[in-house]
Write a protein that binds this ligand. Sequence first.
Ligand SMILES: Cc1cc2nc3c(=O)[nH]c(=O)nc-3n(C[C@H](O)[C@H](O)[C@H](O)COP(=O)(O)O)c2cc1C
Length: 336
Amino acid sequence: MAGVSGPALAAAVARAGGLGLLGAARYTEAQLRKEFGDAQQLAKGKGAVGIGLMAFTNTQLLATAIDLNPHTIWLSFGDVAPMAAQVKAAGIKLMIQVQSVEQAVRAVSLGADAIVAQGTESGGHGASPTGTFCFVPEVVDAVAGIAAETGAPPVPVLAAGGVADGRQVAAALALGASGAVLGTVLVATEESMFPAAWKERYVASSADDTARTVLFDALGPIEWPRGIDGRALRNRFTDANQEQLLGKASVHRCTFPDYILENSYCVKKQERADERERMQAELDSGRAEADPEVAPLWCGAGVGLIHSIPPAETLVRGIVADAAATVAKLHSLVES
Ligand SMILES: Cc1cc2nc3c(=O)[nH]c(=O)nc-3n(C[C@H](O)[C@H](O)[C@H](O)COP(=O)(O)O)c2cc1C
């Protein structure tokens, strides 16, 4: 998770026995080298540390990531094929995050060692209109179908989107996933790089407080691939500027810089340039001041299950233990 997952968080997840990912999308090459080294040191040889990159912006950074020889390189957003080929050629494990069944099938053909099926509940950027509960088993079945045809073992599928406790990890396993990706729940940990006041907002929020939106990305600074939006906590900025747009499918079809959306219709940007400038200035200063009422606090729909800000290692160990207890409980229900 870019802006959240630095060496301390990635290493804490690794120490709990997981795969801790450095959210490296906005790193320079020097930063990536330094932070990956720090993460490995802090992980103390436990679990695994990987590097998360975005296909539409990180083509340059990939060579450095490969040179560092991490356990895994995670790719998402944009055309992952060229980067995937380089990761495979280097013999590094390849994880691809997908938002459609079609993308999952493609990920298998690209040699993914694991596929992350990201449902619409997920925090941060995404594109799936489908909830994790339906999306994950469909991806699992599609991948199993390919395996049955080729005779190769099925590529493991990991569930992402709204998973914040052990019950949900058990549910993901029941849906056929081989594991789960924790995102938002790790934002509210001691090691996450978000400001302390932001973390408190996650503790105080519920699913009702989140919404998918293109508002933040429509105002830059980078241009996201078509169809990508993001789930964030609603705040003064989203409510004031996009209340009528939240949740509407049509927002996908029109983005700045050419158009804005007004009352569900695309409007030429030139006609509303002043408005855009005002919003841009408010967002820029809100970001600079880390104002939670303006800046994007990317957040999944599982946020209502977050009640504290624990050390990440304790959190992950607890979630794994709760998942095992849930599976045992379900087993005893079936037996009785
Ligand atoms: C604050 C935040 C930052 C994220 N940054 C990235 C990123 O840089 N690259 C990426 O592929 N996914 C990113 N994601 C999405 C996660 O990979 C994952 O799909 C999501 O967090 C899972 O859903 P959850 O947040 O409900 O647990 C981010 C999510 C959050 C909450």
